[in-house]
Design a protein. Structure first.
Length: 255
């Protein structure tokens, strides 16, 4: 089996004590917004994993530190940026009026959480002990608000920065995961009655873009409907175990 490095940038639920009283959102809002329980995906594979403990609404690890998209150089919007001010799906403000993070607080988060996460990924990649990286996420059943795409989403979305066939996209500069391999994964997952799309609506965030320049990198988005309860607030363990087993079998088949 290949040596895989799994990254879980949006799995944390920790809220900094300094912002708790300033929040305009509830615990349910936090759960609905995060990539809930994604840190348990691929738990049966004994390999290297990097986790984030801090909730991504306070700093989005999958965004470039410049505040601009790495490839297009476009600014992120206020719901999908490095330091979001609203929830992308609902447009609900994260903070009470005039209670957003200060520049000093943003700098502290960058120094204490953002930079160490990327440094750890890069150090592991440069160690020569990793064959490829999988950046693990989950997504809402369908797009809403300022989220990417429209309508219902596939059960699994695989991203390598290219097009819907995993092939060349004239708007992107490089591929992060070979086309035959991503198509192989798609076929394996579909054999278990999962619907799978490539690069739509998610082709890969900053981790895929940045780490993918150094080593093969794949972004995986698991639709919450295939492993969570109908209200999307807790895990359906039977559904989770089934999907996780399928994902583990598929990813470890890559040679």
């Amino acid at each position: 089996m290949k040596n895989i490095l799994f990254s879980y940038p949006h799995s944390g639920l920790y809220v900094p004590p300094s912002v708790e009283s300033r929040l305009n959102i509830s615990k349910n809002d936090l759960i609905l917004a995060m990539d809930f329980w994604t840190q348990e995906f691929f738990s049966g594979i004994d390999t290297i994993k990097v986790f984030s403990q801090l909730h991504f609404l306070f700093w989005n690890l999958n965004r470039n530190i410049t505040g601009k998209h790495l490839l297009t150089r476009e600014l992120y919007n206020e719901a999908n940026g490095l330091f979001p001010n609203e929830i992308a799906s609902s447009g609900k403000p994260i903070y009470k009026e005039w209670q957003e993070l200060s520049h000093d607080e943003q700098w502290e988060l960058l120094e204490n959480y953002y930079k160490p996460y990327y440094e750890k990924l890069i150090d592991l990649v440069l160690s020569g002990k990793v064959d490829f990286v999988v950046d693990v996420h989950s997504c809402d059943p369908e797009s809403s608000g300022k989220q990417k795409g429209t309508g219902k989403r596939s059960d699994i979305i695989l991203g390598n920065l290219w097009d819907a066939n995993g092939e060349i996209n004239p708007n992107k500069w490089y591929i992060t995961f070979d086309t035959p391999l991503i198509q192989q994964l798609k076929t394996l997952l579909e054999a278990h009655w999962l619907t799978v799309s490539l690069n739509s609506p998610f082709s890969g965030g900053n981790i895929t873009q940045q780490i993918g320049e150094m080593i093969p990198t794949l972004q995986i988005e698991v639709n919450k409907r295939v492993y969570m309860t109908d209200d999307l607030l807790s895990v359906d363990r039977e559904k989770f175990q089934r999907v996780n087993q399928i994902l583990e079998q598929a990813i470890t088949s890559i040679d």
